[in-house]
Design a protein around this ligand. Structure first.
Ligand code: NAD
Length: 255
């Protein structure tokens, strides 16, 4: 397959939760591959900084305020992205939160925040972007950021596991339904990737013992997701839909 099929020149993308961690890095990677990127999150200041970084490398980015749990905010974001960048052909559903608590301690507000952001938020974004893709008739690629915790369980993080498991199967359901519109829907399932969400834990003694159980003997970096991200975003994955790509250094393959 020619390398050009990974090229995103001229394509427009939306990345949710682009103000930090994996989302910020994904926005930079898509821009470096040629895409025009709407970088969206609740706070604008870090997005303006990211916009400057992307533009300093001759990329195009527009910062947009977005709360994925709010349908009106989702609609405004997709409309603004379309107005500024033209037809949107890539959505990276990255916004996510975690609450780490014993199952017996989890309160309804914790559950609603985690499932509302990670599952309902991804759904609202996918529906709004797919409506736009169907209306314009050009298809596209939706990439949901799930987790290995959507494929297996872990203690102390039940709402997160439920939200990511739901997101994995939502990915399959939408892939089946929207294939007729040329919309591919896939998921990334990262293992432990060092970012703001988990740095304290991964650098603690408990994190160190976890690292020894990863077959590749290290935690991931945001750059480790680039191959799968650019594959799923580009025409290189034109026959891939409903798939979940695990990026975890072999962690979930080991007993
Ligand atoms: P992070 O906390 O650095 O980034 C999460 C982003 O989501 C932030 O920009 C935050 O502002 C945004 N966000 C949260 N709620 C939002 C809302 N309501 N509306 C809009 N934006 C919102 O964490 P990260 O590690 O970069 O995680 C990114 C995604 O990757 C998450 O979905 C996370 O569950 C997933 N993930 C991370 C890892 C990991 O090890 N870091 C592993 C598997 C999956």
């Amino acid at each position: 397959m020619p390398l050009e099929s990974f090229d995103l020149s001229g394509k427009a993308a939306i990345v949710t939760g682009a103000s930090s961690g994996l989302g910020r890095h994904a926005a930079r990677s898509l821009a470096a591959a040629g895409a025009k990127v709407a970088i969206a999150a609740r706070r604008l200041e870090p997005l303006v900084e990211l916009e400057k970084q992307i533009e300093a490398r001759d990329g195009r980015a527009i910062p947009l305020r977005l709360d994925v749990t709010d349908p009106a905010s989702v609609a405004d974001c997709v409309k603004a992205a379309e107005t500024e960048l033209g037809p949107i052909s890539i959505l990276v559903n990255n916004a996510g939160v975690a609450v780490t608590k014993a199952a017996l301690e989890v309160e309804e507000a914790d559950w609603d925040q985690v499932v509302g952001t990670n599952l309902k938020g991804a759904w609202l974004m996918a529906q709004a972007v797919a409506e736009h893709m169907v209306r314009l008739g050009h298809g596209g690629s939706i990439i949901n950021t799930a987790s290995v915790l959507g494929l297996a369980g872990a203690a102390q993080i039940p709402a997160y596991c439920a939200s990511k498991g739901g997101l994995v199967n939502l990915t399959r359901a939408l892939a089946v339904e929207w294939a007729r519109h040329g919309i591919r829907v896939n998921a990334l399932a990262p293992g432990y990737i060092e970012t703001e969400i988990n740095r304290d834990f991964l650098t603690s003694p408990a994190g160190e013992s976890l690292r020894k159980r990863v077959p590749l003997r290290r935690f991931g970096t945001p750059e480790d997701l680039d191959g799968a991200l650019l594959l799923l975003a580009s025409e290189a994955s034109r026959y891939i839909t409903g798939s979940v790509i695990v990026i975890d250094g072999g962690q979930s393959a080991a007993l």
